[in-house]
Write a protein that binds this ligand. Structure first.
Ligand SMILES: [Zn+2]
Length: 299
């Protein structure tokens, strides 16, 4: 199949009238969407698990905690389940990005837009949905990524060559409701990565709020076997080995995104940093693979 079909379809969606947009979005979903079975297999790889009490059926036991309970949709594709332990009724979409989404088939083109760093307002126009909807979807995606990031992230080992960067931020209130309080302290964001592109993000709060001009705006260093590289490297081979190119790319890329978005609300700073690292990790995939990888993280 032509690798560029998703991009071509998206371009057509963007440039179409409202009615045609709808049809093309449905086509996008049919071509690249996940079936209910694929969602179920990915979400419950061994047993159906109750999303509330986490109970599962034992392999041999005759008393089943979770029983099939009909269907959640008129086409009879989405199964419904009943947990006899906590009485919860749930279906294949419960506790996933697809949960209670009337505009479910818009989610895929939405994810494509998000992966390409398109703003909320522009995405809303591109797909013909309200900015409020796009805003809430984005929030949900970031929530699932934070929850499931362990599924794609690989550990850093202290024996690796580890590059680290530090950047400080003033906590932002952008877009938060008036009553919501945020810490009035400098936010310290650190990226760590090794040479295999495994990464880690850390967000800590300092004790005080520094004046803006004293804040660290991207500082990087490298550790080899937990030992910092000497400040002055004389041998050319050492200089080649002890670079911080990868982490600076992460740090500077994030700083640029942060500026472009004119800051993000303090409670979302960590989520956006995770999102930024994930984007770097997905970079080598094609559009369809990226969307699927992201969907799997939202289950
Ligand atoms: Zn339960």
């Amino acid at each position: 199949m032509d690798q560029n079909i998703p991009e071509k379809l998206i371009t057509m969606i963007i440039n179409s009238s409202k009615e045609r947009k709808k049809r093309l979005i449905e086509e996008f979903e049919q071509r690249f969407g996940l079936t209910v079975e694929a969602i179920r297999d990915k979400k419950h790889p061994s047993h159906i698990t109750c999303p509330r009490c986490r109970i599962q059926n034992d392999g041999d036991s005759k008393d089943r905690h979770i029983v099939a309970y009909g269907y959640a949709d008129p086409n009879k594709t989405r199964r419904r389940f009943h947990c006899k332990n906590c009485e919860l009724r749930f279906n294949d979409h419960t506790d996933t990005l697809f949960h209670c989404k009337k505009l479910r088939h818009y989610l895929l083109p939405f994810l494509e837009r998000m992966l390409n760093g398109i703003s909320i307002r522009k995405t809303a126009t591109d797909l013909g949905v309200s900015p409020t909807t796009i805003h809430s979807w984005r929030k949900t995606v970031l929530h699932y990524i934070e929850k499931n990031i362990h599924l794609v992230r690989r550990e850093l080992h202290s024996s690796d060559i580890i590059e680290s960067s530090t950047r400080e931020f003033k906590p932002s209130r952008k877009g938060l409701p008036a009553g919501r309080t945020i810490p009035k302290t400098t936010q310290v964001l650190q990226f760590h990565c090794n040479r295999l592109n495994h990464w880690e993000v850390l967000l800590t709060s300092a004790n005080t709020l520094k004046p803006r001009k004293e804040m660290i705006k991207g500082e990087s260093h490298v550790l080899v076997n937990r030992v910092p590289a000497p400040q002055r490297l004389t041998a050319p081979a050492d200089r080649l080995l002890h670079h911080t190119r990868n982490v600076r790319q992460l740090d500077e890329g994030f700083a640029a995104t942060y500026r472009r978005m004119r800051g993000v609300a303090q409670p979302n700073l960590f989520k956006y940093a995770l999102w930024h690292c994930l984007l770097m990790q997905l970079n080598r995939l094609n559009t369809k693979e990226k969307i699927h990888e992201l969907l799997f993280l939202c289950l």
